[in-house]
Design a protein around this ligand. Structure first.
Ligand code: NAP
Length: 216
């Protein structure tokens, strides 16, 4: 497949690129600052485009089969980057006839789902409230306005930069989080990236959200 990656210079985005290349895909890394990307590969090209410009993204997505987004924004309010970039990306996907989209959000995008689940979790969710709320607004935008696209929302818990765990991930469709005995609250970005790239060839979670975790 020919895959466009948003958030390509980020910690998860770079792992998405490496995983996609490893699986034989061709990758276009879309970045505001292409010089930041140090990876080199015959099947990797880097394009400078604004994630908020449907026009620039349409050009970047032309002749592609899929888009993967690992964009991330600051938690300071107002947080609008998720919805604003997704509206531009959806318009661009329509204009360039790309249907498959895999994107990253997080546990507890519906912040009310954390209520009653303990003091520390509630404190954490409160700290990230504006970020999580804009992620949820992006998910809701896809649910209500992007039924013509084959999107999959991937919701992990806390991310770390450790090596990928060699195990099948715990997966729960439509869940806001996965917790309980035997489930780790952190997941390596490498496992998240691998899962996201696997979704490109799997239609199980098309137009769905899925929470993922590793066993502890
Ligand atoms: N940290 C956690 O524990 C955790 C848990 C669950 C979910 N998540 C979510 O997972 C996602 C990825 O996380 P990460 O740690 O891989 O993120 P990251 O390393 O901070 O990367 C963020 C990416 O978004 C890009 N970006 C941000 N603002 C942009 C803008 N205005 N224009 C163009 N590109 C922009 C960055 O580009 P530049 O390189 O140019 O800045 C970078 O490529 C985030 O949405 C994060 O909230 C995080």
């Amino acid at each position: 497949m020919k895959v466009g990656v948003l958030g390509a210079t980020g910690r998860t985005g770079q792992l998405v690129i490496a995983e996609a290349l490893k699986r034989g895909h061709s990758v276009t890394a879309i970045a505001r600052n292409p010089d930041k990307l140090k990876q080199k590969h015959d099947n990797l090209s880097v394009v400078k485009a604004s994630i908020f410009s449907a026009e620039e993204l349409t050009e970047a997505f032309r002749d592609h089969d899929a888009v993967v987004s690992a964009l991330g924004f600051s938690r300071s309010p107002p947080v609008t980057g998720y919805t604003e970039s997704m509206k531009a990306a959806v318009a661009a996907m329509r204009a360039s006839s790309v249907k498959r989209l895999v994107l990253l959000t997080a546990f507890y995008t519906d912040v009310t789902a954390a209520q009653g689940l303990g003091f520390f979790l509630n404190l954490f969710v409160k700290f990230l409230k504006h970020l999580l709320t804009n992620m949820r607004e992006m998910e809701q935008y896809l649910e209500s306005d992007a039924g013509d696209l084959d999107w999959t929302v991937v919701r992990p818990g806390g991310l770390n930069s450790r090596a990928a765990r060699d195990q099948a991930l715990v997966q729960r469709e439509a869940a806001m989080a996965i917790s309980g005995a035997g489930v780790a609250s952190y997941i390596p970005r490498a496992n998240v990236a691998r899962f996201m790239v696997e979704q490109l060839e799997d239609d199980r979670y098309v137009r769905k959200a899925v929470a993922i975790a590793v066993n502890s």
